[in-house]
Ligand binder design. Structure first.
Ligand SMILES: Nc1ncnc2c1ncn2[C@@H]1O[C@H](COP(=O)(O)OP(=O)(O)OP(=O)(O)O)[C@@H](O)[C@H]1O
Ligand SMILES: [Mg+2]
Length: 335
């Protein structure tokens, strides 16, 4: 249903997309996961014909979006990352205005608005001025706007950022219902848990390209092994770090060791089972490198990301925040 091939896009010296390709099957709920600045919004805006790529092709429902943007827009509903809502109008008036822009007939529009109010639980506040809405209310109204013309492809850019649990649950439920009734849903997110819980398939993007693609279970299963995050006392300088790595790498059953510098020099390991963990505790202790903390987990999507990039998704966001990207910091603050 959606075919993006070899997209590239630069803004001056910044490369936002670099050989970005994505194929989304019809009727799927597809997640685009990536840290701040990965290129999610750029890719979605190109898909929705709001931005022209420097190179590459965009097809929606078999149509070339660069040649036939108008026809493609009829298929698309887009819920942008930045909420664009008038403050003076009520929610219902906003939806009427939006419906008029889509040339929906008055009777059909009234029925459609009533249905969406029901679907998104907006009854109690839809006739209040939008200026009085909470973030979650605005997000729901935005979603209703994107759904008015019953698009076959719904594109949402981080639809649940900063929302409370109830608003998020409403949006998740609506997205699942839409998928079940045949709509193709593509959403971006930087919440691992969201994509893991919601998406049939996902692409992990980083630095403007897709670094992993598949369904969440397959991606995690392909990694295999248990994940261990480990910190060793006195593990602060480079020679010490090398010594720890040597001990770990010599330990049978340790498949991979990644030093995670962003996390106060912790180590992320992949190991084959419980017995290995006991053994590596023992060997570190014998080398006078006692374990300070150790946690163990099954592979997560963050491990898929770590495997591909050498850092976790959360660290990637901290890095961006570290160079004082205000957008990233705002999101960080909202966590
Ligand atoms: N209009 C623009 N002018 C200059 N640079 C831009 C513009 N739009 C995006 N960029 C840059 O392109 C890169 C990708 O940005 P994009 O908004 O696509 O990322 P994102 O994955 O949506 O991030 P976020 O999670 O923060 O929304 C970033 O480095 C960003 O600063
Ligand atoms: Mg974005």
């Amino acid at each position: 249903m959606i075919q993006l091939d070899q997209l590239s896009k630069s803004f001056g010296p910044v490369t936002a997309l670099d050989g970005f390709s994505l194929h989304v099957p019809a009727g799927s709920l597809y997640g685009l996961l990536g840290p701040n600045g990965a290129g999610k919004t750029t890719a979605l805006r190109i898909l929705c014909t709001l931005l022209a790529p420097d190179a590459g092709s965009v097809r929606v429902a078999g149509l070339d979006a660069l040649q036939h943007p108008r026809q493609v827009r009829e298929h698309l509903g887009y819920v942008a990352q930045e909420v664009a809502i008038d403050k003076i109008l009520t929610g219902r008036e906003m939806l009427r205005l939006q419906g008029a822009l889509y040339h929906l007939g008055a009777l059909h529009l009234r029925q459609r608005i009533d249905d969406l109010i029901q679907l998104l639980g907006m009854d109690d506040w839809i006739d209040r001025r939008c200026g009085t809405y909470s973030g979650g209310m605005r997000r729901r109204l935005d979603l209703a706007s994107g759904l008015l013309h019953q698009p076959s492809v719904l594109v949402l850019d981080e639809p649940t950022v900063g929302l409370d649990i109830e608003s998020r649950a409403v949006i998740w439920q609506v997205l699942r219902q839409l998928r079940d009734s045949g709509t193709t849903v593509l959403l971006s997110s930087h919440y691992l848990e969201e994509i893991d819980a919601l998406a049939d398939r996902l692409a992990i993007i980083d630095g403007g390209r897709v670094i992993a693609e598949g369904n969440p279970e397959d991606l995690k299963r392909a990694l295999g092994g248990d994940r261990v995050t480990l910190r060793v006392r006195e593990f602060s300088d480079a020679p010490e770090s090398e010594r720890v790595q040597q001990v770990l790498q010599a330990c049978p059953g340790v498949r991979q060791v990644v030093v995670n510098r962003a996390q106060g020099h912790s180590l992320n390991l992949v190991v084959d089972g419980e017995a290995v963990i006991e053994q590596l505790r023992r060997q570190l202790s014998e080398a006078q490198l006692p374990v300070f903390s150790l946690s163990q987990s099954r592979p997560s999507l963050d491990d898929v990301y770590l495997q591909a990039t050498g850092r976790t998704l959360r660290d990637a966001e901290l890095e961006v925040a570290g160079i004082r990207d205000p957008k990233a910091e705002r999101k960080q603050a909202m966590r």
